[in-house]
Design a protein around this ligand. Structure first.
Ligand code: PEP
Ligand code: MN
Length: 263
């Protein structure tokens, strides 16, 4: 992952005809989790219309409580496939268990490794062998060095399509969900040649903070933003308070594009 290998050159990934890294900024947007056909397809249509680059949505959800909704699983993957077929947007979705890799790989253009699985080394090695592009989220209490070492598990197997994602870390602050580490953006770009993506949604935990954090991240040089959006966040099964409304998303996307020009 080290910049020493490439000098000034940055890794640019091409995913379903979209590019991320170098001069290419990507807006990855969609619901926290796939819930219903209408919710999935309505959101995907709106993300496409707003100019999003890729569509996100979970079918396998890493929930803190084992009693909380765990995702639609196979049925969720089927709905993501339908969204992709309809909009042409590449799909970003989480893989939690290596036993599901074949099913997830059928629809995923990018596999997401969640913060809680960042140090699941057998899972990382398996994705490395699969060659599927991967977005690795920084663990809740992981250092940047640890995040980069997680990326190395994938790279070591010959898979160079790796993106790093800052999604907020645990600090002493309790006024919001996690502390978005903006400094991680330039520092990860100093340390590695990999695209750096920022998730303002899980850091913020509430909607009002998502836009300012997105603009700051884009202006600070993030190569992409991965953000949650839902047609009716108040009815969402998970992460409702932080999901942006589909209504107004196009305005948000336009501002983020502007900020990305600064970065
Ligand atoms: C998510 O992206 O839906 C998610 C659960 O994120 P994280 O792993 O960063 O908590
Ligand atoms: Mn979520």
């Amino acid at each position: 992952a080290s910049t020493q290998l490439k000098g000034e050159a940055r890794t640019v990934l091409e995913i379903g005809g979209r590019r991320i890294g170098g001069d290419h900024f990507a807006l990855i947007a969609g619901p926290c989790t796939v819930e219903t056909r209408d919710q999935t397809l309505d959101t995907a249509d709106a993300m496409l219309a707003a100019g999003a680059t890729m569509f996100r949505g979970g079918a396998y959800k890493p929930r803190t409580s084992p009693y909380a909704f765990q995702g639609l699983g196979q049925e969720g993957l089927r709905l993501l496939a339908e969204a992709k077929e309809r909009t042409g947007l590449p799909i970003v979705t989480e893989l939690m268990d290596a036993r599901d890799i074949e099913a997830v790989a059928e629809v995923a253009d990018v596999i997401q490794i969640g913060a809680r699985n960042m140090q699941n080394y057998p899972l990382l090695s398996e994705i490395g062998r699969s060659g599927i592009p991967v977005l690795i989220k920084r663990g809740l209490s992981s250092t940047l060095e640890e995040l980069i070492m997680a990326a190395e598990y994938v790279l070591k197997e010959g898979n160079e399509a790796v993106m790093l994602c800052e999604r907020g870390i645990r600090t002493f602050e309790t006024a919001y969900r996690f502390t978005l580490d903006l400094t991680a953006i330039p520092v990860l770009k100093e340390m590695t040649h990999l695209p750096v993506v920022v998730d303002p949604s899980h850091a913020a935990g509430r909607r009002a903070l998502v836009e300012p954090l997105s603009l700051a991240a884009a202006a600070a040089g993030a190569d992409g933003i991965i953000v949650e959006c839902h047609p009716e966040p108040d009815e969402a099964i998970c992460d409702g308070p932080q999901q942006l409304r589909v209504d107004g998303f196009a305005e948000y996307a336009a501002k983020v594009e502007q900020a990305a020009i600064l970065g």
